[in-house]
Design a protein around this ligand. Sequence first.
Ligand SMILES: Cc1ncc(COP(=O)(O)O)c(C=O)c1O
Length: 423
Amino acid sequence: MGTNVLKTETPTSIDDAVYFLKENLNVGDHRPSISFGFGDPSCFECFRTTPIAEDAIVEAVRSAKFNSYAPTGGILPARRAVADYLSRDLPYRLSPDDVYLTLGCNQAAEITIEVLARPGANILLPRPGYPDIEAYAIFNKLEIRQFDLLPERGWEVDLDTIEAMSDESTVAMVIINPGNPSGCVYTYNHLNKIAETARKLGIVVIADEVYGHLVYGGNPFVPMSLFATIVPVITLGSIAESINKLLVYSPFPPTLIQGAIPQILEKTTQGFFSKTINILRKNLDICYDKLKEIPCMMITQKPEGAFFAMVKLKLLLLEDIEDDMEFCLKLAKEESLIILPGDREARNIYFLTNFHAGVTVGLKNWLLMTFAVEYSSLEDGLGRLKSFCQRHAKKYTLTGSTAVDQQIHVGTLNLAHGVEKLK
Ligand SMILES: Cc1ncc(COP(=O)(O)O)c(C=O)c1O
């Protein structure tokens, strides 16, 4: 019994959604498949990590100083290096005891939620949000209350809702800044308001800043810990994924990697980060321009940080596609291109019968895509996306004197000027 129940009721991750869509690729299509599904830039040569990080790890291995178990929370030199690094952005100094090292940001979220969970408690999570955090909360029996991020206000937190939905059992609220999947970068003022609201409600702010400093819009990155004098803040972060994936063999951060951290943080130059940010900025511009050419797609807010875009699907302009999940499944089959649906319920219809229930980001008829891919894949993928949308666009004909038999895509027409649907 257990297996079936788990398969249909356990929320899963974005990775699972990607794998599910991959199973729907058409094996007869000989073009390489392209995934705009999950953000994993380190697998592309253009986003390869700095040699400084690689050398630091080799040196840590060769030194034989880091072959033993590490204390829980991390070895002192690594914690000190992280504290010094983060203090550069703060008007006060963090101490090594303020730092707890985990195996990436996910484990940091998992531990934080485990620590905060208690019977009857609830936690406020953003929608759209990062599904793994939601899964940890469910696993730890914390009731989830979702507050909306407002696309028309640059995906800011709807602070009025936060106040309305919290009560004496609310333990924390989560923000993701820069946002995944929204791409928002919060201003100082907005973060200040979040801090004031959380203080009023007596809750902790958990700030997932895994994309901290990865910004390329108008707003600079402001760490939530700037407001730690107003409200308790737990910041979750991570070093580059390319590094922490190298030596994952224990449930705790490997001592060898911890041994390399001081060198990585001290020696990695600003040039490395600028190069990555420039590639991402260029990719985003290409993506944004191309998506503007596709009538059924709308980016309400150009991302300013991280490397994801939320795209609203205008279903009225499409025929034979009912929701975001169907769009993504057909896209995978017809174009060998993977983009994620935004909605959990749409996925469940398919997953409950075929696979398992899952969580993406909780927004119906939105799509989630990353632009942190190699340039050639980005261009090819966007071309495939455009042809797919053209093929599935509702066809209309003009009535009246102008262009009676002309078949064109509805997105190019003004409906007020005598347009009649073909079927
Ligand atoms: C918002 C957010 N938090 C946490 C993580 C996980 O980070 P890590 O790979 O360091 O565990 C990710 C990775 O995609 C993320 O997007």
